[in-house]
Design a protein around this ligand. Structure first.
Ligand SMILES: CNc1ncnc2c1ncn2[C@@H]1O[C@H](COP(=O)(O)OP(=O)(O)OP(=O)(O)O)[C@@H](O)[C@H]1O
Length: 170
């Protein structure tokens, strides 16, 4: 099956994240991460940074690879692979462009009803800096199946001091 690679980038500032309202295209009228189709001879990171600049006016120099989200639409012979990056250091102010309206959202106040249905399954993990891998199947706009990597287990507890065991009398 053909794989379509989409770099996408989440910009975070304290408790806020920058999302973009798409004015056209496949995600029209939805708030999404900044991103798009990977062009030839471009790395995923370069493309993610380029899309952020083109769609929001924001410049970042580095971003961390944090997630891989795979999406399959029923009846479409193509696997969409969204390669998610997280950036927390940037310059510039968001500006509206012909394609996208950028806006800061508080992490507790995301416009969930105007986002792709898969996003709530992985968004907090990404925003929290935790790696995530997930796979979704849609039938048109309806999410039919989800498989999300659970967060890694917590670190092991500090070893407790062993109480000396009583020596049993012989
Ligand atoms: C289906 N489930 C989905 N879940 C989460 N995010 C999704 C997504 N589908 C697309 N996205 C993201 O939305 C942004 C715009 O992408 P997209 O809609 O393809 O717009 P773009 O104008 O570039 O392409 P078209 O010209 O419409 O093909 C881009 O960051 C892309 O990663």
């Amino acid at each position: 099956m053909r794989i379509a690679r989409y770099p996408a980038i989440l910009l975070k500032k304290g408790d806020e994240v920058l999302l973009g309202l798409n004015k056209k295209g496949f995600s029209k009228n939805k708030w999404t991460l900044f991103g798009g189709f990977l062009q030839r001879k471009e790395t995923l990171l370069d493309a993610a940074i380029r899309y952020l600049k083109e769609q929001s006016g924001i410049t970042v120099e580095k971003a961390e690879k944090i997630g891989k989200i795979e999406v399959k639409f029923g009846g479409v012979q193509e696997l969409i692979q969204i390669h998610v990056f997280l950036a927390e250091t940037f310059t510039g102010e968001p500006i509206e462009t012909r394609e996208v309206l950028p806006k800061w959202f508080n992490l507790g106040e995301l416009p969930i009803s105007e986002m792709w249905s898969d996003v709530p399954f992985w968004f907090d993990q990404v925003a929290g800096g935790k790696r995530v891998k997930a796979f979704f199947i849609y039938e048109n706009e309806t999410l039919l199946y989800q498989d999300v990597d659970s967060p890694p287990p917590p670190p092991p507890l500090q070893p407790t001091i062993q109480q000396p065991t009583a020596v049993s009398p012989v």
